[in-house]
Design a protein around this ligand. Structure first.
Ligand SMILES: Cc1ncc(C[n+]2csc(CCOP(=O)(O)OP(=O)(O)O)c2C)c(N)n1
Ligand SMILES: [Mg+2]
Length: 332
C-alpha cells in the first residue's frame, strides 16, 4: 500500500466502508439479474472500487463527477443511497430518475453526481462544461470525469482536452484502464501511450495503481487542491481490473481473457483485501470490527433490495414527464 496520506482512523474506515458498499451493491445487483428480477442488464464495478473511492474521498459534495455505463461505484462513492439506487435499477418511482433511467442513467445532483452515461465518452463534454461553468461563476469546485480506456478512442476527448488546457479548467480526466473495451484488449486497439496523449495538450498526466486506495487518494487530494487554485486540468490513468464480464450476461469469456488472469487479479491485487490487511496491520481496526462492518453493510443492502422490490412503479401518466427541462424554470 502507498504511504498513508491521512491521519484519521475515521477517514480510513469510511474509505473501507465505501469500497465494501460498492462490492455489496454489485453482488446484489448481479443476483437481481440472475434471478430475472431486474429488467435489462448492468455493468459491474467490482474490482475497481479503490478508483471511485480514492478519488471521491478527495472531493467535496459541491464538486462534480460524471460517470459511465459502469457507474454504480461512482454513485456510491459520491454519496448515493442504496434504496434509491435499487429502486432505479428496478424501474421504481422512488429511483433517482423515477425509474426511467435504469442502471446506466443514475444521476444524483444533490451529491454532485451529474450522471452515468451509456454513450462511451459521452460524459467528457458534460464534465468539461461543468468545469467551465464553475470557472465562469467564480466557484472553486472541481469536476472529475470518469471514463474507461475504450473511451480514449472517442474524438470528443481530444476536443475537450484542447479547451480545458487552453482555458485552464478545473477538471480531472480519470481514465479507468481495466485493460478491456468490451471483449477486446486495450493494447490491440490503442496505439502509443494514453498519458502521452494528454501530455500532447500540455496537460500534466499521472499513472497510479488503481487497486491501492491510499495511492489513488493521495494523488487525487493533491491534484484537486491544485485544480481549485486554477492549476488544472489534470489527467490520471488508473490501472485496474473488472472482475465480471463486460456486463452481467457476459459469462463465457475465456475466448478473450483467461480464468488464470482473473484469478491472479482477484487473489493478489484485490483492493478491499489489500486495504483490510493494511487497516488491521496498522491497528486502525480489528478483524472482528471489520467483520461487523461487512455484516452491517450486507444487511443494509438486502433491506434496500427488499424495499425496492416492494416499491411502486411510476404511474403511466408520468411517461413524458421529466424528459425535457423546463427552460424558463432552469434559467430563473
Ligand atoms: C459511442 C458508443 N460506442 C460504442 C458503445 C458500445 N460500448 C459500450 S461499453 C463499450 C466499451 C467501453 O470500454 P471502456 O471505455 O474501456 O469501459 P469499460 O467497459 O472497460 O469500463 C462499448 C464499445 C457505446 N455504448 N457508445
Ligand atoms: Mg475498459
Amino acid at each position: 500500500m502507498a504511504k498513508a496520506p491521512k491521519q484519521n482512523a475515521e477517514d480510513y474506515l469510511r474509505m473501507y466502508r465505501q469500497m465494501v458498499r460498492i462490492r455489496t451493491f454489485e453482488d446484489n445487483a448481479n443476483q437481481l439479474y440472475l434471478s430475472a428480477k431486474m429488467p435489462g442488464l448492468t455493468h459491474m464495478y467490482s474490482g475497481e472500487e479503490a478508483v471511485a473511492v480514492g478519488i471521491c474521498e478527495a472531493l467535496r459534495v459541491t464538486d462534480k463527477v460524471t460517470s459511465t455505463h459502469r457507474g454504480h461505484g461512482h454513485c456510491v462513492a459520491k454519496g448515493a443511497d442504496f434504496k434509491a439506487m435499487f429502486c432505479e435499477l428496478l424501474g421504481k418511482e422512488e429511483g433517482y430518475c423515477r425509474g426511467k433511467g435504469g442502471s446506466m442513467h443514475i444521476a444524483d445532483q444533490s451529491n454532485g453526481n451529474l450522471g452515468a452515461n451509456a454513450i462511451v465518452g459521452g460524459s467528457m463534454g458534460i464534465a468539461t462544461g461543468a468545469a467551465f461553468s464553475a470557472k465562469l461563476l467564480g466557484k472553486d469546485d472541481v469536476t472529475v470525469c470518469f471514463f474507461g480506456d475504450g473511451a480514449t478512442a472517442q474524438g470528443l476527448w481530444y476536443e475537450v482536452m484542447n479547451m480545458a488546457a487552453l482555458w485552464k479548467l478545473p477538471v480531472i480526466y480519470a481514465c479507468e484502464n481495466n485493460g478491456y473495451s468490451e471483449y477486446t484488449r486495450t493494447e490491440e486497439i490503442a496505439a502509443g501511450s494514453i498519458t502521452a496523449r494528454a501530455e500532447a495538450f500540455g496537460i500534466e498526466a499521472h499513472q497510479v495503481d488503481g487497486q491501492d486506495v491510499l495511492a489513488v487518494n493521495a494523488l487525487t487530494d493533491g491534484l484537486v487542491a491544485r485544480a481549485r487554485k486554477g492549476e488544472g486540468p489534470f489527467f490520471i490513468e488508473l490501472k485496474t481490473y473488472r472482475y465480471h464480464g463486460h456486463h452481467v450476461g457476459d459469462i463465457n469469456r475465456e475466448y478473450y481473457r483467461s480464468k488464470d488472469e482473473e484469478k491472479d487479479w482477484k487473489e493478489n491485487r484485490d483492493p478491499i483485501v489489500r486495504f483490510r490487511g493494511w487497516l488491521v496491520s496498522e491497528g486502525v481496526a480489528s478483524e472482528d470490527e471489520i467483520e461487523a462492518m461487512n455484516a452491517e453493510i450486507k444487511e443494509d443492502a438486502s433491506a434496500a433490495v427488499q424495499y425496492a422490490l416492494a416499491a411502486k412503479y411510476p404511474d403511466v401518466s408520468e411517461v413524458d414527464m421529466h424528459v425535457f427541462t423546463d427552460v424558463e424554470h432552469a434559467l430563473a
